[in-house]
Structure formats: C-alpha cells, structure tokens
Design a protein around this ligand. Structure first.
Ligand code: SAM
Length: 246
C-alpha cells in the first residue's frame, strides 16, 4: 500500500511550515495541490521536485482514480491546499476517505489552521466549540444556518470572505443581539494581523468605518444558557428567523 500525507501549510507566515512538512514535501513521489500555481511558490522555494497534480472541487471525480493509482503502485503522495489544513473548508476529504477505504496509510502532518488559531486568540470559551466554516451564501439554507448559529450555546467559528463580512455581521447582530461577544481575526500570522471585537456591535462599527480587507475568521460567543422555563432571547430570535425562512 501507498502512503497519503495530509500536510498542513502556512495560513500566512511562511515560518509556520514545520520542518516535518518540509521534509515530507521534498521527499514524496507526488503532490496533490488545490492549485498548482498557487502552491508552486511554496514548493519551488523548498526545492520540491516531485510531480504535482491539481486536486480541487471541479476535478475531484476525474483526478481521484489517478491519485489512487499512484498509491496502489506503492508511491507516497502528499496532499496540500492553498493554505492551512486540507479538508478544513478546503478540498481533501474525499481523497482521504478514498485512500483509507482502499487500505492505504494516511498520515497527517499537522500545521496551522485559521479556525483554531482564531479560537485560541479570541479569549472566548474554547473548551467546547463548533466549526461552521462558510455559511450558504443566500436563501433559506443561509437563514436556517444563521438561526442555528444564533441559538448555539458553544463558541462558534465561521469563515467569511471580506466583501461579505459586513452583511454577515448585520445578520448576526439582528439574530444574536448587538452585545453578543465576537472577535474577528483578520490576516492571522501576517504583517497586518488584527483582532476586532469584543462584541458584534463593536466589530460592525469598526468594519463599517474600515473596509474589510484580507482574510477574516469570526469567533462568536455562545448563546447564554437559560433554564428550561425561560428560553434565551437568542433562542426566540432564532426560532422566529427559522419560521420566517420556512
Ligand atoms: N484550510 C484552511 C485552514 O485550515 O484554515 C481554510 C481555507 S478556507 C478556503 C479560507 C478561509 O479561511 C478564509 O476565507 C478565512 O475565513 C480563513 N482564513 C484563512 N487564512 C486566514 C488568515 N490568515 N487569517 C484569518 N482567516 C483566515
């Protein structure tokens, strides 16, 4: 059997590439990249010479058999995404599942992940948390997801594109109330890394004044836990939103 290495790469600062990741990327027979051009910069800087394959949401079906074939031949294959951990709001999951199902060894070389980096720097409860990644961009599905996020009692982590951030903050303010704790982590590990909070209202005010640029991860405090007889405000707002969306 072959070996599939799931390799974490930096989410900004190149110094975050681990020595082990470097060694794997320079020694495997082939590398599956979300975008070969994007990862080319990193791989060339390491002197990684192995064959590169693109592997993303639009060619998953066509590429999977080819990558599995490499593993069947006993070769070692590394999987990387544009940034962070493959499989976390990035392609990878299907290759890992297929490799496991075919009996190949899967080894993760852990590395940075925007979700956990934002969570632990937020100061919000991290003992239990929820990861929602990107919400649906519109429609009923988005309304239902927003309602569920608003009534979730654990800290929730969300990814969002900068040009959609203000809209998401407005929706969260409406469902969770202005004063719900929130930290927006912007440009983590990069030169202009910034934390904006500590509430939804404060973040909204900031980003209405300063156009959001770069990459953002939101860490939302959980809805207050209420007793069985008195459901929280967020719960009712969320129920109402779900009803209106249905
Ligand atoms: N696989 C990646 C990981 O492990 O973090 C996530 C990939 S997802 C396509 C990209 C999203 O992650 C961005 O839209 C942003 O929400 C978040 N993200 C990535 N890099 C970030 C950074 N340096 N600072 C803040 N958020 C970041």
């Amino acid at each position: 059997p072959g070996v599939l290495y799931v390799v974490g790469t930096p989410i900004g600062h190149l110094g975050d590439l681990s020595p082990r990741a470097r060694s794997v990327l320079t020694n495997v027979s082939a590398i599956a990249c979300e975008d070969t051009r994007h990862s080319g910069h990193l791989l060339n800087s390491l002197g990684a010479q192995s064959q590169r394959f693109s592997f993303h949401q639009h060619n998953t079906k066509a590429r999977l058999p080819q990558l599995l074939q490499l593993l069947n031949e006993g070769q070692s294959l590394a999987l990387i995404s544009d940034a962070g951990l493959p499989g976390i709001s990035d392609p990878g999951e299907q290759l890992v599942a297929a490799a496991r199902a075919a009996g190949h060894q899967v080894i993760c070389i852990p590395g940075p992940c925007a979700a956990t980096t934002a969570l632990v720097s937020s100061g919000l409860p991290s003992g239990r948390f929820c990861f929602e990644g990107f919400l649906a961009s519109r429609g009923k599905e988005r309304q239902q997801q927003l309602a569920a996020v608003a009534s979730e009692t654990r800290t929730t982590i969300l990814y969002e594109a900068p040009h959609r951030l203000v809209q998401l903050l407005k929706e969260l303010a409406q469902l969770c109330g202005d004063e719900r704790p929130l930290q927006v982590a912007r440009e983590l590990t990069k030169r202009h890394e910034q934390q904006v909070g500590p509430t939804i209202a404060a973040a909204l005010e900031h980003f209405l004044e300063h156009k959001p640029l770069g990459e953002c991860t939101l860490v939302l405090g959980g809805a207050p836990i209420s007793g069985p007889d008195q459901q929280s405000d967020a719960h009712w707002r969320a129920e109402l939103a779900a009803l209106m969306a249905s």
